[in-house]
Each structure stands twice: as C-alpha cells, then as structure tokens.
Design a protein. Structure first.
Length: 618
C-alpha cells in the first residue's frame, strides 16, 4: 500500500497577513537572542566584562542608548509608512511575497555572527552551508550534484553574468589550445574550433591538466588575453529577456551588437521557428553562436520558453559541426521545478505530477497544469550548461539571494583566481568561494536563510511543490475570473477586461477598455491611471485596496505578439499598427492564500468592487 504523501501546511511557514504566527516568531526571536548572548558569555568565561554596570549608568552611555532607540523608532515609522505590504494577498505586484519565518530567523541569527563567505576563515560555518545549498540547487535543476557546482549570488543579474562569463571563457578554450597545445586540436580549422561542444572542450582541458599545460592554455583564453580581435559569437535571447543580458554583453566585452533577439509568439514563449531561422542563417554565414538563453518565468509574463526544443536544436546543430552553450534564466521559475520532483528525488512523469499535486490538495483538475510544453521545458533544464535561480523570488527568502548552478564544475576552473592574503593556494579546495565567483565579500546570513528555507521546506512536490503549486492555483483562479468576466457598468459607462494570456507560471497580465472603445491611446491612458490609483504613485500604499504593477508591451521589444490581445479588447489592427504599444496591469501571484475556493470567491468580489469604484471615479 502506497504511504500517504507528506503534508506541508503553508499557514505554518509565514508570519501571516495578520501576524497570526506572531507568538511563535517572537518566541524564536527570543531563543536566537538568548542563544547568541550565551555564546558570547561562554567564550573564555573568565574574561572580565569590557564595561561595568556602573559605566552603563553614565549619562553619555544612556544618551547613546537613547539615540539608538530614537533612530530605530524613526526607521520603523518610515518603513511602516512607505513599505510595500508584500505579506498581504491584496499585494499582487512584483515578484515578491512574505518571506518564510525559517529564512528570516536564520538570517537574523546569523547576522549576529556576521560571517563573510568570501573565504572559509571568514565564515567557516556558513561557507560550508553555501557549498551544501549550491549542491541542493544543482540537484533541483536536475544536475548530478557530484559533478555540478552552484553558489549564492546577490541576485539573478550577477548569476546571469556568471553564466555568460563561463560561456565566453569556455568558447575560447579551443583557440587557446591551438596556441598553447596545438597537438590537442590538430586538424581543426577556425570554424571547427569555434564550435567544439561544451563537454568536449572540458575534456580537452582535462587533457591539458594531465600534460601539465593547463596554466599555459588557460592563460591564452579570453580570461588571459582578452577578446582582442576575436569574436566569441552571437548570444541569442528571447524578446522577453531580462535587461541584465544587455548589461552583461557590455560588462563582459562581447558587445551589445552581438546580442540577437528571438521573437516570441502570442503565448510569449520563444518562437522556435524564428530561433531555427536565426541559427541557420548564422551557420550559413559561418558566424559562431556563443550561447542561446532560454527563459523559465519571464519577468513580464511568467512565460516558460521551450527549453527542450533548444536542447534538441543544439543536438541537430552538433550533427552538422556547430554548437553553442545553453543557459537557462530561471531566476523566477527555477524553484518551480520542485513541482515535478517526487519525494524520492526522481523527476516525475506528467500524469504522475498532476496526480501528486491533487493528492497534496493543490487542485489542478480544472486547469490541468502544467500543459505538456511547460512540463517538457522544466524537464529539459537538466541538459542546460548553467541555470540562474533566485531564492529571493519563488524561494520566499529575504533579499538579496540569487544563485547560479553549473552542470559541470570543471567549467569553474576557467574563472578561478587566488589572492594570497585570503586563500590557501589549493585549487581543489571547494570552500574558497571568492576564487570562483564575481563577488568578493558576501553575507553568510543570506546563505543561512536559504539553508533554513530548504531545511523546513523540502525541494520536492511535498515541500516547495505544494507552496508554489498553491500560488499557481491562485493565479489560475485569477486568470479564469478575468476570462469569464462580463462587461460591467461603472460611473455610467461600460467596461470590459481581458487577460493577456493563460499563465505558464503565476503571472497574470490584464487590461481594461471601455466597451466599444477603439482608441488604443485612450485604452492605454485608462490602464495607466488605474495603475497609478493602485500603486505608490497616488500616495501611501498602506491605504490601497489592491496593489499591482504594470508593464508596456512595445513593438520594438515584442513585435506583433500583442496584436491578438489588443484585438480581444475591441481595438482594431490599424490602431495597433499606429500606436504599437499596449499598457497592461501585471500581477505576480506569489501568495498561496488564493488557492482556497471559498477564500478566493470573497477576494475576487472585493477586488472587482474596488476596480469598479476606481473606474467610476476615474
């Protein structure tokens, strides 16, 4: 008999919209402060106190303490007045929500110790935790943790930089071998050298190590000689890319002219037909391709690119003597892979996944999430060369916590550095984090927060799968409500609302228009004013009934992908051709509290009433 699935109650994970778990949280705060204070007392307990109780009564001492109290009170007031209430289901804006109590407590406890994970001796406890967390994230992405590498970054931007950094240096390995160890690449012309597959390049590096020529080869890579007149190749990214990719091309010296945008379809996923067309054109022109970037959870729409199709395309290219690096930018959607991982660590089949979600009270029976394309995309992530994933998004961990996972840790040798005053010169030591990453000093408290989150919420369908599944179910409720919404009256006028697209993940974009209205400028103005009414733009957000974010879908970035959406709101094609931009409201539904049908029905009624009232006012 199959044992019942493990249960995770997400009500016990957060402080709660109304501080429902405050007694427990306060108790744990007391524990961590008592624990840390005792740790200080127990370090050489015979040492005398640095100052006496009488000195603490000194007026200057008391004045200093008072200044701290006053500063803290001032900060608390400012935070309460101007902070976003991310903890509330009324907040449906950016990619953030309440953070896990476990992560917060881990962060608060560790900040008292103030570890620096740049070097092991600066943070022995938390540096070891970072290695452990890196392996956990690599395993979640489907990589073999014995062969993979991963670590925490300050965010997805730095993680994307590192992925492209690795790709750039790796692409230059065959060229470096031709100069420093020509016998290893004998018979390969310049085109073949520019298209050596990732695994083969790493094997050649291993051969250089065995021959005692590794340093000589590495010194001739882009890391040592720079780009000079060498062009590492084009970087192909979907139109839904994060802006960090444009910056990365600049920072890494590759040049923004080498960033090629791939069109997206009406579903806002990468258009594989266009990608194939671009790749074929580059091959025919004998222009190398440095990397193809797929997005899992786009910033604006939460779209999931067909990673499996990108992997298939690379296989086909390698049969023709061309190859490229694959990076998946899953800063937002990466933790969603837990939805497909069973408690035994196995990536489940699609029917098994849906069944497991229903057994864990995440009722996807109506929506049948995920669709096969989304499922295959998550499955194929394991074949990428590197992946960005942000714990401070769907990991529900405090800022700043990004991460990068690399399939083959041998790649890291191409970016390793040592500074004598920080490190012992032992390349095999995996704890010398500062040698392998872009950042230097880094907070061990961030790592502790991620480690605590993973300790309490397993990286499988019963843990993060249940939590993220609830957010996806809430987003589906929201999407279906928008889809079914009939025209309604507000202020003596009739309005309609339409969702942009069925969400692949948990982002819901939508827009309003006056019924019968055919002026796109007027529609954009209406939605812009709605956004301003439900955001910080019109005053303190604490008084808002509903808080959202926004974005504009412009022709320059999305081509004609928004045309069908604009048409669904009654706007003729000629208006789209004239304006070529549509302003939409964007709601990231990270909260798990909209997955309950009874709660959601009341929520939707209140939300719709607030929107109607604001439309009437506008």
């Amino acid at each position: 008999m199959t044992p019942p699935p493990k249960q995770l109650d997400f009500n016990a994970l957060f402080l709660g919209p109304k501080s429902e778990n405050y007694p427990f949280f306060k108790e744990m705060l007391g524990f961590l402060m008592d624990d840390h204070a005792q740790w200080r007392k127990d370090f050489h307990p015979d040492d005398k106190p640095a100052f006496s109780a009488r000195e603490q009564e000194d007026p200057a001492f008391q004045e200093t303490i008072l200044r701290t109290r006053q500063a803290l009170a001032e900060l608390a007031g400012d935070l309460q007045l101007n902070s976003m209430p991310w903890f509330s289901p009324r907040y449906l804006g950016h990619m953030t929500m309440d953070t896990l109590m476990a992560a917060n407590l881990g962060y608060m406890l560790t900040i008292l110790y103030n570890p620096n994970n740049c070097a092991y001796e600066g943070g022995p406890a938390t540096t070891a935790l970072e290695i452990e967390v890196g392996r956990q994230l690599a395993a979640l992405m489907g990589f073999d943790p014995k062969r993979a590498w991963g670590h925490i970054t300050s965010g997805g931007t730095v993680a994307n930089y590192e992925g492209l950094w690795l790709a750039r240096n790796l692409k230059s390995v065959p060229r470096a071998l031709k100069e420093a160890m020509p016998e290893a690449v004998a018979g390969l012309d310049d085109w073949a050298l520019a298209n050596v597959p990732v695994r083969r390049s790493l094997d050649l590096l291993e051969a250089a190590k065995a021959a005692g020529r590794f340093d000589a080869v590495r010194g001739r890579t882009a890391r040592g000689t720079g780009l000079g007149g060498w062009k590492p190749g084009k970087v192909l990214v979907p139109q839904t890319k994060h802006y960090s990719w444009t910056k990365a091309m600049d920072v890494l010296g590759i040049g923004q002219d080498h960033l090629v945008q791939v069109r997206v379809g009406e579903d806002y996923r990468m258009d594989m037909g266009h990608l194939r067309e671009l790749v074929e054109g580059l091959i025919q022109a004998r222009e190398p391709i440095l990397a193809v970037v797929a997005v899992v959870g786009s910033t604006e729409e939460g779209a999931v690119d067909p990673v499996h199709e990108v992997v298939r395309l690379r296989r086909e290219c390698e049969e023709r003597g061309a190859s490229f690096y694959i990076h998946v930018d899953a800063a937002y959607g990466g933790y969603g892979r837990a939805l497909f991982v069973g408690e035994d660590g196995r990536f489940m089949g699609l029917p098994e996944t849906r069944k497991a979600l229903r057994e864990r009270r995440i009722d996807h029976a109506e929506s049948e999430w995920p669709d096969p394309e989304v499922y295959e995309a998550f499955k194929a992530m394991s074949e990428a060369d590197s992946i960005t994933v942000d714990p401070h998004k769907m990991g529900y961990v405090p800022y700043a916590a990004g991460a990068v996972a690399v399939q083959d840790k041998r790649t890291v040798d191409l970016v390793s550095y040592f500074a004598a005053y920080v490190f012992e010169k032992k390349e095999e030591n995996p704890l010398l984090l500062g040698s392998y990453i872009l950042e230097g000093s880094k907070a061990g408290a961030t790592v502790a927060a991620v480690w605590m989150a993973h300790k309490v919420v397993p990286l499988d369908v019963s843990g993060y799968g249940r939590l993220i599944g609830a957010s996806i179910e809430g987003a589906d409720h929201f999407y279906r409500s928008l889809l079914a919404a009939e025209a309604f009256e507000a202020g003596g006028r009739r309005f309609i609302v339409k969702p942009l697209v069925r969400p692949d993940f948990n982002v819901v974009d939508f827009a309003f228009n006056e019924a019968g209205g055919n002026d796109l400028d007027a529609m954009n103005s209406l939605n812009r004013r709605l956004y301003e009414a439900f955001s910080y733009k019109s005053g303190p957000v604490y008084a808002k009934d509903f808080i959202t974010s926004k974005t504009s879908l412009d022709y320059a970035e999305y081509g004609d992908a928004p045309r069908a959406f604009v048409r669904s709101l009654g706007i003729p094609d000629a208006e789209w051709d004239r304006v070529r931009s549509v302003f939409v409201l964007r709601s990231c539904v990270l909260t798990p509290y909209l997955s309950k049908n009874t709660t959601y029905a009341e929520y939707w009624a209140g939300l719709l009433a607030a929107l109607r009232a604001k439309l009437a006012e506008l």
